[in-house]
Design a protein around this ligand. Structure first.
Ligand code: ZN
Length: 159
């Protein structure tokens, strides 16, 4: 079966930066609903289109095709006293923007003196990636999976 819209591709993924430094090596395969549901990067979906089980490739992705360029306006510094207790470096915090009303996830980068430094960029923003992927299996998505926008079952989403 070929990978196309509304199929479930079970993938093994290995992600390195442009210098070959390993960022992530998934021990467990991931089941991904294909078709623009935002379950994986559009560049990865484009490479998978029409491929079958056994397909393997390494994609070199520029930051704009991966997690985007860094936006320095997403760096914030907030007084530690305004923070929920238990916030640690490496943790995350959701902040509702007063102007747009949208929530933005910030990573806690540093706590220094009475200030907490936050970064709203994706941790991989601004980084070129080399993504090695292998297709383990392909199957048709169920109507329920399409309605939910993600894969169920083995290596998929559990409710
Ligand atoms: Zn679901």
């Amino acid at each position: 079966m070929k990978i196309t819209k509304d199929t479930i591709a079970t993938l093994k993924l290995k992600v390195a930066d442009a210098n070959g430094r390993l960022i992530e090596d998934s021990k467990e395969p991931a089941a991904v609903l294909i078709g623009g549901y935002g379950n994986t990067l559009p560049a990865i979906e484009a490479a998978l289109e029409g491929q079958e089980a056994g397909f393997q490739t390494t994609l070199k992705l520029a930051p704009e095709n991966a997690f985007g360029q860094r936006d320095e306006s997403l760096l914030r510094s907030i007084a530690k006293k305004d923070f929920p207790p238990g916030v640690k470096v490496g943790g995350q915090l959701e902040i509702r923007e007063s102007e747009s009303g949208q929530t933005q996830v910030f990573n806690v980068v540093k706590i220094k003196g009475g200030q907490v430094l936050l970064d709203g960029n994706h941790p991989l923003a601004g980084i070129g990636l080399a993504v090695t992927l292998k297709v383990i299996s392909v199957r048709a998505a169920s109507a329920e999976e399409v309605a939910h926008g993600h894969a169920h079952g083995d290596h998929g989403h559990h409710h």
